[in-house]
Design a protein around this ligand. Sequence first.
Ligand SMILES: *[C@@H]1O[C@H](CO)[C@@H](O)[C@H](O)[C@H]1NC(C)=O
Ligand SMILES: *[C@@H]1O[C@H](CO)[C@@H](O)[C@H](O)[C@H]1NC(C)=O
Ligand SMILES: *[C@@H]1O[C@H](CO)[C@@H](O)[C@H](O)[C@H]1NC(C)=O
Ligand SMILES: *[C@@H]1O[C@H](CO)[C@@H](O)[C@H](O)[C@H]1NC(C)=O
Length: 630
Amino acid sequence: MKLLRSFLSFFLGFLLIFFAPSAMARFAVEKNSLTVTSPENIKGTHDSAIGNFGIPQYGGTMAGNVVFPKDNQKGCKEFDEFGISFKSKPGALPFIVLLDRGNCFFALKVWNAQKAGASAVLVADDIDENLITMDTPEEDGSAAKYIENITIPSALVEKSFGEKLKNAIRGGDMVNVNLDWREAVPHPDARVEYELWTNSNDECGVKCDMLMEFLKDFKGAAQILEKGGYTQFTPHYITWYCPQAFTLSKQCKSQCINHGRYCAPDPEQDFSSGYDGKDVVVENLRQLCVFKVANETKKPWVWWDYVTDFQIRCPMKEKKYNKECADAVINSLGLDLKKIERCMGDPNADSENLVLKEEQDAQIGKGSRGDVTILPTLVVNNRQYRGKLEKGAVAKAICSGFEETTEPAVCLSSDVETNECLNNNGGCWQDKAANITACKDTFRGRLCECPLLDGVQFKGDGYTTCEASGPGRCKINNGGCWHEAQNGHAFTACSDNGKVKCQCPAGFKGDGVKSCEDIDECEEKKACQCPECSCKNTWGSYNCSCSGDLLYIKDHDTCISKTASQQGKSAWAALWIIFVGLVVATGGAYLVYKYRIRSYMDSEIRAIMAQYMPLDSQEGVVNHVNEERA
Ligand SMILES: *[C@@H]1O[C@H](CO)[C@@H](O)[C@H](O)[C@H]1NC(C)=O
Ligand SMILES: *[C@@H]1O[C@H](CO)[C@@H](O)[C@H](O)[C@H]1NC(C)=O
Ligand SMILES: *[C@@H]1O[C@H](CO)[C@@H](O)[C@H](O)[C@H]1NC(C)=O
Ligand SMILES: *[C@@H]1O[C@H](CO)[C@@H](O)[C@H](O)[C@H]1NC(C)=O
């Protein structure tokens, strides 16, 4: 209990000191504009705050018919229960549903409205205040399931404006509005600058899963935009610092590097087990340095490959979230490991780390952008993006940041052609000799996946190893085993059903993978050693011949006379004699045996009878005996 209390007070201090400045600072609410086109008396343009879920139509507009349901006005229950549907007839304006704030998560209201057919949702605030951003509920597993599926945009409107809309609807007016996201992202020039505030921690539940999924999905588009010079992307990582008074505490030591200067929360929120916050800070720092080094070589997009590969190859779940695994990823991407290490510096040093210091400074909002406090956060042209972190939605937001008519073709067409496997094989496994590769070019960027070739599945991690497995594996490149052909004779060390992957065939020795050498059977006295034999080694075998008119029998490794038929006859004769002899001997033995048994039984029976027939016995027995003697 005492421990818990001291932990709590520590954490409170932690939170207060870390978050106090940002709580006082500005959190920018991203807005889209909403124009009422009818009825006449409430015509005009208003701000609305874009919800942090669903898919806002960045760069686009949506005209719709506002409805305010008679029942379930807060939208916390399914509209089905009330027999309400917002599905619009074909050709009619879509329905934009107005709901009251309160009683349940914003996201749940929007989800219920979407299920009933709404095209967008406006939530009317229930207090007079400045607009706020509707965020997703944190750490709520059940909410996460539907939040993922929210595809309609949503926005919060001020209480007074909400009342106006409701009154107009109650009065029987048809209320039409135009939602406009075109000014949500400034679009000053032909290049979009955007940043993603991210985290290497892959074990924080729903939010981490969503971020990891987004990185994988968006990689392809991000790389195309970056390579084409259309965008300048910068990754960022949030770090906190430990309050001075706590730098020597156990908690700060496990959460922070550089003597409490840079910290991350413990991934499992358990100080005593698993990975510590400082492991996360170190990996975040590595990812920053990967970006810096890649950027220096004018290939900043390699960062996307690194973070997605690291996520696949080095997950915390498999206890691979460490330097060794990270270095393997760095090497396979052809990045300069030494430079990255130099950039990272010494995490134990009692001094600032320039890279992380820069990140801390960048967290504080400037210009039109507010402080970064939500992870992940995407910032496009210095405006925080609101909405679902999803490939299509983010692409829309980025594309809306180009000055009109300067947007790249990627923004206009969904199908994009590049082959990232052509460059260094995408950092994936390959067998150059056999022209087999694990690199797959997809619309999500390149994937490293062991291939399926002629019905034979390769297995491995796709980055450093892939091996043909299962039946038929020898058909493909001899299963990676040694093979060679000489003078029309071909040998392979691969066998389909052997337990050992590669084993030199008979007549060869070696590891079976790189080499198998011919065994000189003559030299090693393995065969053909009989006095009449003359041995000649061949590749993979040997040739034995016998002197004179003898014939070599390979199975027995011996020479025999060619006039085998004569020998055969005499052998038969000998066998016959032995057989007859055996029969005679057996017969004789049987007769002797029979006789012995009989005489034994006779004497036994007589002895027994003598016991039970005592009267005339004596004599009889004696007589008998006498008779026998006679
Ligand atoms: C969300 O969508 C997925 C795929 O379309 C579906 O399998 C899942 O059941 C949906 N979740 C909810 C809560 O409707
Ligand atoms: C990346 O490189 C470009 C120039 O090549 C530079 O302008 C930019 O500041 C660099 N970004 C970072 C984060 O170092
Ligand atoms: C390797 O295979 C691909 C298709 O599988 C083919 O297009 C390419 O020409 C081959 N390269 C060589 C060197 O055989
Ligand atoms: C083995 O030697 C015999 C006789 O010299 C010859 O006929 C035969 O072709 C040889 N076989 C091989 C495999 O060299």
